[in-house]
Ligand binder design. Structure first.
Ligand code: HAM
Length: 450
């Protein structure tokens, strides 16, 4: 009989599998620290310019009742049909992560009785939106918008000023852009146009892709947004909506264009621009960067228009309104592609230390500098002075404060001019005061040079 071989411990221990690193859901992304200067530029330009045009900030929840978007954006739009992140809560509520904000802002205007405020009410917002779209160039499932809405005003000058604002904001960020503009009239005038469009495309039905055949029945205007090459070609001879506009819409549109001419905002008439949301009436526009890159040139940096019927659709009193929203992710990518100089905040002072006592003192000096409003940086966990000085240079520090064992004993600190390399010894209790003086005079010097 064979004796049983004792099993070695090694063989018994189950092999532990290293957990797989978790990936982001498709279409989602991180905005990393290196990208933040561009985002800061967009956030500050858009918000300060909106304030200067008399807009006030509003924040609405990211989660809304699903019905808000079904009614507001339109049942037969791509957004509502295919792209919403909708779910039922444990309490049985049907909710959706907002795919856009205009419907939410109008809901807020109605539910907060903003009708009783002096009109128009001018609001701006900024935040994440969610659309379960096919991820591709400039298309994410979570993306950020900055938007402006003017509620309670039907004048053509408002439409023009909104387009002007979008143009001016991009210009301020260093992006040259052109507005593409059209008028889609009132829902009544659109009925006749839709009929003309349906009969045009019906004669070419056999060449339409399946999706567009469905659109022809349900929402023929969407055919004008089709990216299918055959449809794009057919579109070039399709009837144009401007020929079907009612007199009032036509006059309104002419005035919008005259105002844009007056302020020299570059625009192109785009007779087939209809936008992918159902609430629009009269003016619609999009804004595109002037660039050689065809992919970028085809992706709108923003879009908007008039939506005089939305308040009623959402159960409010008839209230004319207009607005636009930027896609901030797309603007960020343009800023990167065009290598636009995004200001990076340099630090003023780097606090370096050597030895345990030096580190303790430096910790306190750093706090003092920070409290006095000086932009300071440190690397307290580093021991090497060389490594710390390299970091100080990398961060663009104008001055370094160095505190080592000797300085602690003497109650001093070395203050080093990072550009010239000259240094002086300063009483550690006066170091903040000295640096403030130096930084103050440096600022005066640069001001005079300007
Ligand atoms: P929208 O055209 O659907 O309009 O979106 C505005 C902008 O958001 C687009 O021009 C684009 O730059 C950006 N955007 C849209 N979808 C994505 C995506 N999947 N990934 C990245 N960026 C995207 C609206 O949302 C309307 N609420 C605009 C408006 C305001 N109309 C009147 N007031």
């Amino acid at each position: 009989m064979m004796s049983k071989k004792p099993v070695s411990k090694k063989e018994v221990t189950p092999v532990k599998k290293a957990p797989q690193p978790l990936a982001l859901p498709r279409g989602m992304r991180d905005i990393l620290p290196s990208e933040q200067p561009a985002w800061d530029l967009m956030r500050s330009t858009c918000s300060s310019m909106a304030n200067s045009y008399g807009f006030e900030r509003i924040d609405t929840p990211i989660l809304e009742e699903t019905a808000l978007f079904v009614r507001g954006v339109g049942k037969q739009t791509d957004i509502v049909e295919k792209e919403m992140y909708s779910f039922e809560t444990v309490g049985g509520e049907k909710v959706t992560l907002r795919p856009e904000s205009t419907a939410s802002i109008m809901r807020s205007y109605i539910s907060n009785g903003m009708l009783n405020l002096p009109q128009p009410v001018k609001l701006w917002y900024m935040g994440p939106m969610f659309r379960h779209d096919r991820p591709q160039h400039g298309r994410y499932r979570q993306f950020y918008q900055f938007g402006c809405e003017v509620i309670g005003d039907d004048d053509a000058v408002t439409d023009a000023q909104l387009a002007l604002m979008a143009y001016a904001m991009l210009k301020d960020m260093g992006v040259d852009a052109t507005i593409r503009i059209n008028s889609i009239g009132t829902p009544e005038s659109r009925v006749n146009y839709k009929n003309a469009l349906v009969s045009y495309f019906r004669s070419k039905r056999a060449r339409l892709p399946e999706d567009d055949k469905k659109r022809l029945l349900k929402n023929p205007l969407r055919l004008l947004d089709s990216k299918d090459p055959a449809v794009v070609e057919m579109k070039s001879e399709a009837p144009q909506i401007v020929d079907w506009l009612d007199e009032e819409s036509k006059a309104h549109f002419m005035r919008v264009l005259e105002y844009l001419d007056e302020v020299a905002v570059p625009y192109q008439l785009d007779p087939y621009l209809v936008r992918g949301l159902d609430y629009y009436t009269k003016t619609v526009f999009e804004i595109y960067a002037n660039t050689e890159d065809t992919e970028t040139a085809q992706s709108a940096l923003g879009g908007g228009g008039r939506y005089d019927g939305l308040a009623e659709i959402l159960g409010g009193r008839p209230t004319p309104a207009a607005g636009f929203a930027f896609g901030l992710d797309r603007i960020a990518s343009i800023l990167r592609d065009l290598k636009i100089n995004v200001p990076v905040t340099h630090i003023d002072v780097f606090v370096a230390q050597l030895g345990e006592q030096g580190r303790k003192k430096a910790l306190a000096v750093f706090e003092e500098l920070r409290r006095s409003g000086i932009r300071a940086a440190e690397a307290f966990s580093k021991d090497s002075i060389k490594a710390q000085m390299e970091l100080a240079n990398k961060r663009g520090a104008k001055w370094a404060v160095v505190i080592g064992q000797k300085e602690v004993l003497d109650g001093t600190a070395i203050v080093r001019d990072m550009e010239s390399g000259t240094q002086e010894i300063v009483d550690v209790r006066k170091v903040v005061h000295e640096l403030k003086k130096k930084l103050g005079s440096a600022e005066v010097k640069t001001e005079i040079q300007h």
